[in-house]
Design a protein around this ligand. Sequence first.
Ligand SMILES: Cc1cc2nc3c(=O)[nH]c(=O)nc-3n(C[C@H](O)[C@H](O)[C@H](O)COP(=O)(O)OP(=O)(O)OC[C@H]3O[C@@H](n4cnc5c(N)ncnc54)[C@H](O)[C@@H]3O)c2cc1C
Length: 339
Amino acid sequence: MNNFHYERVTDVDTAVAAATGAGNSYLGGGTNLIDLWKYDLAHPEKLVDLNGIDELKEVTELPDGGLRLGALVTNNKTAYHPTVQERYPLLSRTILAGATPQIRNAATNGGNLLQRTRCYYFYDAASPCNKRVPGSGCPAREGHNRLHAILGHSEACIATMPSDMCVALAALEATVRVRGPQGERHIPFADFHRLPGEKPELDNTLGEDELILSIDLPARGFADHHTYLKLRDRHSYAFAVVSVALGYELDGEGKITTARIALGGVAHKPWRVPAAEELLVGQAPSEDQFARAADALLEGASGFKHNTFKIDLAHRAIIRAGAMAHDPSCQRPGAKPSL
Ligand SMILES: Cc1cc2nc3c(=O)[nH]c(=O)nc-3n(C[C@H](O)[C@H](O)[C@H](O)COP(=O)(O)OP(=O)(O)OC[C@H]3O[C@@H](n4cnc5c(N)ncnc54)[C@H](O)[C@@H]3O)c2cc1C
């Protein structure tokens, strides 16, 4: 029998005060936390249920032209929000590539950012895992590592971050607005998740009792040229083996002025290399140019027994995504990229 306290709160200050202290957890949609609990991997002493906080369930326009996505807006409501569909179709497409409609109806934006890895050894409470029990070892290095990292991994951990949504948020350069006992702060998305290093138990840079309030999108949404290409073992209901969120803007002569590429399924965080994106600036989109960017993005990649194929797969996926982004309408089933 696991005894725990449950508190349903209706405002942010009460939530932060209620969660302050070891062993307490916020509850969003519960689609990850409750699973972890059932697998004996999470043991909250107190659950602070956020679902009564109406102010975190809104999508609002920001004065700088951006869009604020409340932490408690569900993944589906976000994906189908008219402004997201019109101005941030990359984000909409990316969210809809994840999970199932039922899960997306429950899952919240805040919870999506904090979902834990899908490493088989992390989910097996009987197995050592440095992420779950620091210092116990990483059987994935020599074991089943097909879904594991090819970039940014460490001796201690080769797990990947499983979220699709986060790959688009990295490409869009979102900001995560959080509140904790010390007040409010804004974390650039690139600094939100972390590489494992020697502390793989830490997935992100959120403080212990900090609450995610919103995800703020900048005005630039790459609505004209974008794609999310998710390669996976099944067409639905599967995590990415490799994914690419890609967007760019063109000038009047058809040359790229700004480009963003983020990879999912390859590292402990969405993988971006701004220098690789810079290589595209001033160029007309072409297979050769995306291949150069892919070389730079994947520099230093190294795989393990069962996942080295991901290096080549990611390279090809970036080139393919570059072509798909040129004409997003080609992404309908059966349509061919125009590049
Ligand atoms: C079968 C299945 C398939 C899936 N497939 C995919 C997929 O293909 N792609 C994909 O991206 N995802 C997938 N998911 C994961 C799913 O997207 C996540 O479980 C979901 O986004 C988590 O959101 P939640 O609101 O349910 O989080 P919860 O389970 O409520 O919480 C997750 C964590 O976040 C914390 N938390 C929640 N809200 C806040 C907040 N506002 N501030 C601070 N902390 C908070 C909780 O304490 C907990 O630690 C799948 C899940 C399942 C069960």
